[in-house]
Design a protein around this ligand. Structure first.
Ligand code: BEZ
Length: 246
């Protein structure tokens, strides 16, 4: 019988492995201590959706670096296939104004499927030879923080990957959470109060920077003078400030 698919879960240490890559050998996560990593898999080299994803990721590499984050790709292909594909991308492919794109992040050779299996990237219902499109967000301490899985037919949104990374880092730094459809600059959510006392205190906290829609839903304003949740000002929000936590 097939082995069940195992994958690291959010909060788990990222499983360690050593591998050959297009940028030389890596010892993961040891070599990346102190940096965040986006570890992503794709079904195969020389495939169209993967090509658009690689070009887009490569063109954003410096934006990820600015967030102390390195990219690492993987497919169940040989080093020769990786090198030939990346050379073709650089020399021949023009896509959405991207041209001459060099993929400078490491792409793991995983012909043995060892790494793909370690990370649950090989999902037999989809394919027994090609990885699904997995994305692991691994923090600077080597802990898995977010996992995304997409099927072969759907290309990923690299702006969404960057948005999630930005939100995770902000949540860590500032002890906040981010609401639906949050983007940098939008107001953020204060964590729920731990007691009735702190709920009351918070609702009554009519500071410049904090407004509450109810005792459990308080926002911190990010832009002075800008709209609150949904773009309205605090004064426009029905019930804001007046929750009567007596
Ligand atoms: C692609 O990357 O284009 C692709 C790969 C595997 C199956 C379907 C599409």
């Amino acid at each position: 019988m097939d082995q069940p698919v195992r994958l690291p879960l959010i909060g788990d240490p990222a499983p360690a492995f050593k591998a050959r890559t297009t940028q030389g050998p890596i010892d993961f996560p040891k070599d990346y201590e102190g940096k965040w990593v986006i570890l992503f898999s794709h079904p195969a080299d020389f495939t169209p959706v993967c090509t658009t994803e690689f070009m887009t990721f490569a063109s954003m590499q410096e934006e990820f670096r600015a967030l102390n984050t390195e990219l690492i790709g993987l497919s169940i292909d040989s080093m020769y296939a990786h090198i030939a594909w990346l050379r073709t991308i650089k020399e021949k492919i023009e896509y959405k104004h991207m041209k001459g794109i060099e993929v400078n992040f490491p792409v793991i050779e995983d012909i043995t499927m060892d790494v793909a299996k370690l990370y649950g990237m090989l999902q037999p219902g989809a394919s027994s030879t090609q990885a699904v499109r997995a994305v692991f967000f691994i923090d600077a301490k080597g802990i898995v923080r977010t996992i995304m899985y997409y099927p072969a037919a759907v290309g990923r949104n690299m702006e969404e990957i960057k948005r999630v990374l930005t939100a995770l880092q902000k949540a860590d730094r500032e002890g906040i959470a981010t609401p639906a459809n949050w983007k940098p600059g939008d107001d953020v959510i204060l964590p729920p109060p731990g007691s009735c006392g702190s709920a009351k205190e918070r609702v009554e906290q009519h500071g410049e920077d904090v407004y509450c829609l109810d005792w459990f839903l308080c926002f911190r304003r990010e832009k002075r003078g800008a709209g609150g949740a949904g773009g309205s000002s605090t004064h426009d929000l029905p019930g804001a400030h007046g929750m009567g936590m007596k």
